[in-house]
Design a protein around this ligand. Structure first.
Ligand SMILES: Nc1ncnc2c1ncn2[C@@H]1O[C@H](COP(=O)(O)OP(=O)(O)OP(=O)(O)O)[C@@H](O)[C@H]1O
Ligand SMILES: [Mg+2]
Length: 246
């Protein structure tokens, strides 16, 4: 396989008696877009949190660029270059859009910006890239859903990540907003950042990802090239009732 930037071995997460993720191995190739799919409750967000270092596994290890992530704090991991967006967006609601992203720039990157103005300049550039510079001064709570999702991506990008994990950033977007976000994701990848995305929109996944992994009830049931994975009878059975060929 090509150069792997982020990998997990034997990842398991238990919540009391429930095993949300069960002995999953994952290898994310550097510089590519890796898709994680599966039905509701399959354990996607949990696996995502494990590989992002947000949540500690019950068993297993995560390696980022050859070093173990498992014992570091999320803040240290972010500075190292792995950052995640949340399925439920959670900006500082009363703060301006610009200030939200400035905080990401100030605390999340290495080298740290030289001061507040430098961090603001980085944040302004990121807002332009994300297409929300016109709303920079608004309180974050006044953004619509599409704006909030872009803000979530902008906060992550401001930390200058090597790997960005996107949890359902397309959910709830209309077709125009979806296309814009797809363009943004492509531009992030073109800039050299590796992307891991959890997504229910299979059409988007097929168009974007070079590699797919399918989770069902916490287990990996398929992985590989998108066309092959989406044609796999096990995967089709897991999605019965929804359209794999959407
Ligand atoms: N913090 C938690 N405490 C207890 N149970 C949890 C916790 N987080 C997730 N779970 C449970 O683990 C299972 C997997 O949840 P997870 O959120 O990872 O699924 P998902 O694939 O992301 O689903 P969705 O597509 O709905 O976002 C579910 O049964 C869920 O209820
Ligand atoms: Mg989820």
């Amino acid at each position: 396989m090509s150069d792997v930037i982020l990998s997990g071995r034997g990842l398991t997460k238990r919540f009391g008696g429930l095993v949300a993720v069960r002995e999953v191995d994952i290898d994310v190739p550097r510089g590519e877009i890796f898709g994680l799919i599966g039905p509701n409750g399959a354990g996607k967000s949990t696996l995502f949190r494990l590989v992002a270092g947000i949540m500690a596994p019950s068993a297993g290890t995560v390696m980022f660029d050859g070093h173990p992530l498992t014992k570091k704090s999320p803040a240290a991991i972010c500075v190292d270059g792995v950052v995640a967006t949340h399925q439920i967006v959670r900006p500082f609601r009363t703060m301006s859009v610009l200030d939200n992203v400035t905080i990401g720039a100030f605390f999340g990157r290495r080298p740290q910006p030289k001061g507040r103005e430098h961090a603001r300049a980085i944040a302004t550039e990121v807002l332009e890239r994300c297409g929300i510079a016109d709303r920079a001064q608004k309180p974050a709570r006044e953004l619509n859903l599409a704006g909030q999702k872009r803000l979530e991506i902008a906060r992550a990008l401001a930390t200058d990540p090597k790997v960005i994990l996107l949890d359902e950033v397309l959910a709830g977007l209309n077709p125009t907003e979806t296309d814009r976000t797809l363009d943004l994701i492509r531009s992030i990848r073109a800039g050299g950042t590796t992307i891991v995305m959890v997504e229910h929109n299979l059409r988007a996944v097929r168009g974007l990802c070079s590699h797919l992994m399918v989770l069902v009830e916490g287990r990996k049931v398929a992985e590989g090239l998108p066309d092959a994975v989406l044609a796999d009878p096990t995967v089709i059975a897991a999605y019965l009732g929804t359209s794999v060929h959407a």
